[in-house]
Design a binder for this molecule. Structure first.
Ligand code: 5GP
Length: 220
């Protein structure tokens, strides 16, 4: 460790946090997640692989890695996914390597994944995970947001609403719950959760040395 590192250990010795965010489609989790990542240099978004087709405006490697079912099978067989699940007739999974690289570099990783994926990551890395469930203020609001998005057909929206009913039954498995009534308020709450989680002693391995040094400094 250099002299600067010793003086400001919190800048180098951090243990990455896995921040898991789930919600029914349309509750605002993607917008909340993307803004949190944009506002924090130490936080990166996990880009999932999916067998679903790109929506208008989506780009390979930005929203998702769009893969064929055969390629997805290979990724599963090769142990390349940290977790994966069937969601809305498609498969979605988290590539393992970028997450491991981010954690090794001391970065935090944000996951926009469904309850099944969150449960798998939580089980695999319980010490390093924190999870947030985002609820819509009402079902009518959720339907309105899905319709306003105009990215999916009426039948697809109907299926997403039905699946949302199932998704919300898992809210109790999460460490935190946010009702997204007002985006700015919900975003502020998410930021507070992230900051507070970062301040847990277990995520700051520099603390014991730091406090020992504080304790040995002269009192005068
Ligand atoms: P969408 O098709 O609307 O982009 O996403 C549908 C659902 O799949 C969302 O609830 C999203 O959080 C979830 N999802 C996206 N990526 C992953 C992933 O890698 N793993 C799991 N388990 N769920 C994912």
């Amino acid at each position: 460790m250099s002299q600067t590192d010793a003086a400001r250990p919190w800048e180098v010795q951090r243990r990455g946090l896995l921040l898991l965010i789930s919600s029914p489609s349309g509750a605002g989790k993607t917008s909340l997640s993307r803004r949190l990542v944009a506002d924090h240099d130490d936080l990166v978004l996990s880009i999932s692989a999916t067998t679903r087709a790109p929506r208008p405006g989506e780009e390979e490697g930005r929203e998702y890695y769009f893969v064929t079912p055969e390629r997805f099978d290979e990724m599963v067989a090769g142990g390349q996914l940290l977790e994966w699940a069937h969601v809305h007739d498609n498969r979605y999974g988290t590539p393992r390597a970028p997450v491991e690289a981010a954690l090794a570099a001391g970065q935090d990783v944000l996951f926009d994944i469904d309850w099944q994926g969150a449960a798998q990551v939580r089980a695999a890395l319980p010490e390093d995970s924190a999870s947030v469930f985002v609820l819509p203020p009402s079902w009518a609001d959720l339907a309105r947001r899905l319709n306003a998005r105009a990215q999916d057909s009426a039948a697809v929206i109907q299926r997403r609403l039905e699946r949302g009913r199932e998704e919300i039954t898992h809210w109790g498995d999460y460490d935190y719950v946010i009702v997204n009534k007002n985006f700015d308020r919900a975003y502020a709450d998410l930021g507070h959760i992230y900051r507070a989680e970062r301040m847990k002693p277990t995520r700051n391995p520099w603390l014991p040395d730091f406090v020992r040094r504080l304790g040995s400094e002269s009192l005068s």
